[in-house]
Every structure is written in structure tokens, then in C-alpha cells.
Unconditional design. Structure first.
Length: 73
């Protein structure tokens, strides 16, 4: 199984996971003045602060009629 990789919005550098010595805290930014989601130690599986990044993207970009049919998992 592999890891999901992401880059930071400000420096465009890779976000290192907990399997490296370079792992550090990061924030997943949100639009519309919503608070950023803090992740102290990214594990590499697309989850930031307990929020699955791909689920978050779907819920914020798909029509409500589609997202209402999905559960939070």
C-alpha cells in the first residue's frame, strides 16, 4: 500500500509523513474564512486533523443531492 502525497500551499514543498524524520505539523486550509484544520503529524493516508481530504473535497464540490447520500466514512 502506498501513501497519498500533498504539497503545502505556501512553499509548494512536500508534506512529509511520520515515516520520515522531516515530518512536521501542517494545516489543511479551507475557503470562506473557515478555520484551517491542524495536523500535528501527517501519517500519509490523506487524513488531516481527523478529516479525510478526499471526502472533504467531495462534500464541498459535489451537489448536495449527491453528498447527502454518503455517510461520513
Amino acid at each position: 500500500m502506498g501513501f497519498f502525497s500533498f504539497k503545502t500551499a505556501d512553499t509548494k514543498q512536500s508534506i512529509f509523513n511520520t515515516c520520515t524524520e522531516k515530518c512536521r505539523p501542517v494545516y489543511m486550509l479551507q475557503p470562506n474564512n473557515e478555520d484551517p484544520i491542524y495536523e500535528p503529524a501527517y501519517e500519509g493516508y490523506g487524513v488531516f486533523g481527523g478529516v479525510d481530504a478526499y471526502t472533504w473535497l467531495a462534500k464541498h464540490n459535489l451537489p448536495t443531492t449527491v453528498t447527502n447520500s454518503y455517510d461520513d466514512d
